[in-house]
Design a protein around this ligand. Structure first.
Ligand code: BES
Ligand code: ZN
Length: 457
């Protein structure tokens, strides 16, 4: 093992340079103008997989941006890992708030600044470099590996579910491993054993055929913006509890063990509030802060529009009003079931003078990994060894909807070992990735292969 760790030291600078090279490609999945960059990035990943000794490396069609796949399957009798990550990145706007151009990586204060550095190119490179080190030093891996890197995570993994169904034979595995989450605090490795799900919808309310003069018609018709805010005001009570009938039916309560783990983490509510510029935090009554963030569902209005927004005043009753809303879900809530319950509730609240049209935009299930899972325990040992610190047990407020699809189709537990940090600015200007975490992450995965290789396949 020492020889592999030595290899990491010798190639430390090159590993950074290779990450810089892929960060230069603007693989923004949502922007059709970057379609070619998606192919260039996929091609670079395929070449890199081949170079380090992965086999069967190919760029595979999905109907959207391609998946890059490769495998190394010579550890007979050993477990098989399916390592998933994404090479697509979020858009860069607002560009003027970046301190350096998003696709010209800069290293400052031990961090590399570039779009996609933490989410998720830096994290997929951790796995490539760990595999490279094993194969270069030992010409062997203690575990079978399949790599699946997709290009559509940031746009909801539209084609991946079909791809997984279609190639379910190729994708059989004992564990799914993902590095696409942050750690809780600097210097302390974290294993995330839960993710929230999501149901995202748009409400369109129409009152009349066209906008009306508010003097000639006001008093005789219902205003759709008034109606919309009345409806939205009935989604939560003053204690922050969601009022959609049946909403909490399938929410799994957290166990006492989880509660203890959560309370062991340092969380300073007033410092946190200050760090985000909020006068105080707000959450559902009766729950601890981290429990609210990780283990309780939410309801949020993401956007609301309609009526007159120009300068000055306009006396008008608008014809329509709109809102985008999302609910972060927790295991075992079903996004389709929640969407149906939400639609039925909105319908019940919509006055007869109004027409409601509600579209479900996208969704996904939450996920929980059993804390006693032997693969998770192997991950904990590996992280502890590399960082020389106790491992934080985390759940995440965010979502990776494909996780539940993997769990159901591959029928394997999903292990979330992420190396981001809370201030990584994912999806925001000045996204960054700690280089300490990059190198410790590679070391962790080197140990993880060894640890999980001790388990039976
Ligand atoms: N890497 C994140 C997921 C994440 C975010 C995990 C925060 C833990 C904490 C992922 O790339 C992401 O942004 N997911 C979206 C999913 C959505 C587009 C369906 C999210 O959570 O909003
Ligand atoms: Zn993301």
């Amino acid at each position: 093992m020492n020889k592999i760790i030595d290899f990491l030291k010798v190639h430390h600078d090159r590993f950074e340079q290779e990450l810089i090279d892929i960060l230069k490609i603007p693989s923004i999945s949502s922007d059709p103008e970057h379609a070619e960059d998606m192919h260039i990035t996929a091609g670079l990943l395929k070449d890199e997989m081949q170079r380090i000794g992965m086999e069967n490396a190919r760029v595979m069609d999905t109907g959207g941006h391609p998946v890059v796949y490769s495998e190394w399957l010579h550890a007979s009798g050993k477990p098989t890992l399916l390592i998933y990550g994404h090479y697509d990145v979020q858009p860069i706007d607002p560009l003027d708030l970046w301190s350096s151009p998003p696709f010209e990586p800069v290293i400052k204060g031990g961090k590399i600044f570039a779009r996609g550095s933490a989410d998720d190119k830096g994290q997929i490179y951790i796995h490539l470099k760990a595999i490279e080190a094993w194969l270069a030093v030992r010409d062997d891996l203690p575990v079978n590996v399949k790599l699946v890197f997709e290009g559509e995570e940031e746009v909801g993994s539209k084609h991946l579910e079909n791809f997984i169904q279609k190639h379910s034979e190729m994708l059989t595995a004992d564990y799914v491993v993902i590095s696409d989450t942050p750690m809780f605090r600097e210097g302390y490795p974290g294993i995330s054993y839960g993710l929230r799900g999501l149901a995202y919808l748009q409400i369109n309310l129409r009152g009349t055929a066209t906008d009306l003069h508010s003097g000639s018609f006001g008093g005789l018709v219902k205003n759709p913006i008034n109606a919309l805010v009345e409806i939205l005001a009935q989604m939560k009570d003053v204690d922050g509890r969601i009022l959609i009938p049946g909403f909490y039916d399938d929410v799994l309560p957290i166990t006492e063990v989880e509660h203890d783990k959560l309370n062991n983490l340092p969380f300073d509510a007033s410092a946190f509030a200050k760090s985000i510029g909020a006068p105080a935090l707000f959450g559902e009554a009766g729950y601890d802060d981290l429990e609210r963030l990780w283990a309780r569902p939410t309801f949020d209005v993401n956007g609301i529009w309609g009526g007159f927004q120009g300068e000055g005043a306009k006396t008008v009753i608008p014809a329509e009003a709109h809102a985008k809303v999302s609910m972060r879900l927790v295991a075992d809530q079903d996004p389709d079931d929640i969407s149906k319950k939400f639609i039925a509730y909105v319908d019940s609240l919509t006055p007869v003078s109004m027409q409601a049209d509600i579209e479900a935009l996208h969704g996904g299930f939450g996920y929980i990994t059993d804390l006693n899972n032997p693969g998770l325990q192997a991950g904990v040992r590996a992280l502890q060894k590399a960082f020389d610190r106790e491992v934080d047990f985390l759940r995440e407020g965010g979502s990776i909807p494909i996780v539940k699809v993997f769990a159901d189709i591959v029928k394997a537990p999903v292990l979330l070992m992420g190396f981001g940090l809370p201030d990584q600015n994912a999806h925001a200007p000045n996204e960054n990735f700690s280089l300490y975490n990059y190198h410790k992450g590679i070391e962790s995965i080197v140990y993880f292969f060894e640890e999980i290789g001790k388990l039976k396949g």
